[in-house]
Write a protein that binds this ligand. Sequence first.
Ligand SMILES: NC(=O)c1ccc[n+]([C@@H]2O[C@H](COP(=O)([O-])OP(=O)(O)OC[C@H]3O[C@@H](n4cnc5c(N)ncnc54)[C@H](O)[C@@H]3O)[C@@H](O)[C@H]2O)c1
Length: 374
Amino acid sequence: MGGVTEAGAMENAEELFRVAVIGSGNWGSVAAKLIASNTVKQSMFHDEVRMWVFEETLPNGRKLSETINQENENVKYLPGIKLGSNVVADPDLLNSVKEVNMLVFVTPHQFVEGICKRLVGNIRPDAEAISLIKGMEVKTEGPCMISKLISEMLSVNCCVLMGANIANEIAVEKFSEATIGYRQDKEAAQRWARLFSTPYFLVSAVPDVEGVELCGTLKNVVAIAAGLVDGLDMGNNTKAAIMRIGLREMKAFSKLLFSSVKDSTFFESCGVADLITTCLGGRNRRVAEAFARSGGKRSFDELETELLQGQKLQGVSTAKEVYEVLRNRGWQSLFPLFTTVHEISIGLLPPTAIVEYSEHARNLNLLQGAVQLH
Ligand SMILES: NC(=O)c1ccc[n+]([C@@H]2O[C@H](COP(=O)([O-])OP(=O)(O)OC[C@H]3O[C@@H](n4cnc5c(N)ncnc54)[C@H](O)[C@@H]3O)[C@@H](O)[C@H]2O)c1
């Protein structure tokens, strides 16, 4: 801003885009770090990045939000990483979005509806949103993607950002890519890309919100299957087969739900790349491996609590949501992998059922036919 008058600077300051990150878990904290590194460098953004924190008391009796502000580090969800001095943790949701016109949603998906209810009437009318959240809501009238939920509840345009993005790797600035999905507003998508892109985090944008979001959501179900295969010590061929079948079901399911979904989206970072990274690393795979090693005797809930220290598993709840859609539409036999993952996770089938595929071969061919209809 060097060289401008004070009055001019104030005028400019009013035009700057202000960002809030709603959520402060593992990915939420990394998102805040990425964004904060850009807002200080790019003059179109206000430096400060507010991060809404679902308040918790730490074992030492201190509040999480206070600790984040004092140490510039999310000691619970992203220990050891400095977020940037322009990140301000705020436990007050409504205060965190005050004057903000770029809202970044990054909480576990089960909390979004409640958060949006509290935000209705309390955000700027010109606000834009982006969702980094993987998952969907299943309502009586059918499935509702999280971006649509945000967009409808808050009357805002909502893009999505998904990709092969295991948070802890991006936190230490290892190179990766991500995909933004947008509907019509290319300019908004480009602004989001500027907010997130760094030399180690390459962001591209495609006009396919549903395709990008469904990739990010459904791959967590496949990751559960991959973890089961690991827990059964089935080896790499089996895991590759599960990933391929999973990708085929992801594509078929997405295209049956939304005929606008593009094949090319599955080749973006949000598609095949995210599927690979989640099936190789990632918490869903890890917990599912432990589940299979216990012979299905320990519940996913119990293992989530034991292994994830407050982080949330998404794959099991997404498998349930997908299953509800399949059951409502009579599509179960067309999606044997998705169906089996859910039935294993609720104890209806043993973990070994994940590889009992030969009897489903006929249905898989039917699925191919169903997809070709679109
Ligand atoms: N972690 C990753 O590597 C990664 C990568 C890409 C996308 N994502 C997605 O990002 C989203 C957020 O995941 P994360 O890793 O940041 O979170 P997380 O699982 O690490 O942490 C859980 C978060 O939920 C909060 N929380 C707990 N109870 C709550 C409540 N009642 N209301 C609101 N918040 C509550 C906790 O405070 C914490 O911030 C998910 O949809 C996830 O799939 C995660």
